[in-house]
Design a protein around this ligand. Structure first.
Ligand code: G1P
Length: 260
């Protein structure tokens, strides 16, 4: 729920997913995350008050939080057993079709959005798609790291969760966007605990590589790791500089900031 300028990160996630064609949004949340459901809920009292006050712009903004035709499903992950487990929790709501996994902490600025680029890639190759970006070699232990066959349309040949630099198959890191075929769920059912004692999505993907193609997509766009303080600050500045309402004033303000 951390805001970047004027919207929580989860709202950016939802907008990117909807722009990529998603109409059913499944939120897998942990304890004390009720604010997410409240954010996407209809607030009839607020709508009435805005309408009575003639604040049509604000009214339109809150009505667009979840556009017509899009449904939201909330699932609680009872125990924090890892990303793979969180994805498995969503199985009953996803069913037997390809689906996106979006980690909202990874904010990606780009047009078209990263998920739309992945849907496009899926329509070219079929199968699963994972978004990747090059990271400094000494940062591999923070990410899922892939080896790619460039001659096979960037098909992933290996994926390892958070390897030390000496064990990493490359410095191409998985960022928080996946388009997965539903066969991943059976793999997740039998995935044991991996790195950090958690059930890792990376391990289930590794288990799938031989039978089901997974391609890596070097997306176009700027990624901000909003799970880190510095990433969050960078995102705030980038989004403020692109925001129609505040960009000009903010630029002027930045020009006055003493950086010494
Ligand atoms: C998760 C995944 C990791 C991926 C990362 C992207 O890790 O397990 O493979 O590279 O997201 O942000 P986390 O950051 O949740 O530890």
């Amino acid at each position: 729920m951390l805001p970047i300028v004027d919207k929580p990160l989860i709202q950016y996630a939802v907008e990117e997913a909807i722009a990529a064609g998603a109409t059913r949004l499944v939120f897998v949340t942990g304890t004390s995350k009720r604010a997410i459901e409240d954010h996407f809920d209809v607030d009839a009292g607020l709508e009435q008050a805005l309408s009575a006050a003639g604040k049509e712009d604000l009214l339109a903004t809150i009505r667009e939080i979840v556009p017509a035709g899009v449904s939201c499903i909330y699932i609680r992950q009872g125990e924090p057993l890892g990303l793979g487990h969180a994805v498995l929790c969503a199985r009953p709501a996803v069913g037997d079709e390809p689906f996106f996994v979006h980690l909202a902490d990874d904010l990606i600025y780009g047009e078209p959005g990263c998920l739309a680029q992945m849907a496009d890639e899926h329509s070219r190759h079929g199968g699963s798609v994972v978004a990747v970006q090059v990271v400094p070699p000494d940062r591999t232990s923070s990410y899922g790291i892939v080896a790619i066959d460039g001659k096979a349309g960037n098909r992933i040949t290996r994926i390892v969760e958070k390897p030390q630099p000496k064990d990493a198959p490359s410095n191409q890191a998985v960022v928080g966007r996946y388009l997965l075929v539903p066969e991943i769920f059976d793999k997740l059912e039998s995935t044991g605990r991996g790195a950090g004692g958690e059930i890792q999505l990376t391990d289930a993907i590794a288990d799938m590589l031989a039978d089901f193609p997974v391609h890596a997509l070097s997306f176009t766009g700027e990624r901000y790791d909003c799970g880190s303080k510095l990433g969050y600050l960078k995102a705030t500045i980038a989004y403020a500089l692109a925001h129609p309402e505040v960009a000009d004033d903010f630029k002027q303000y930045l020009a006055t900031v003493d950086l010494t």
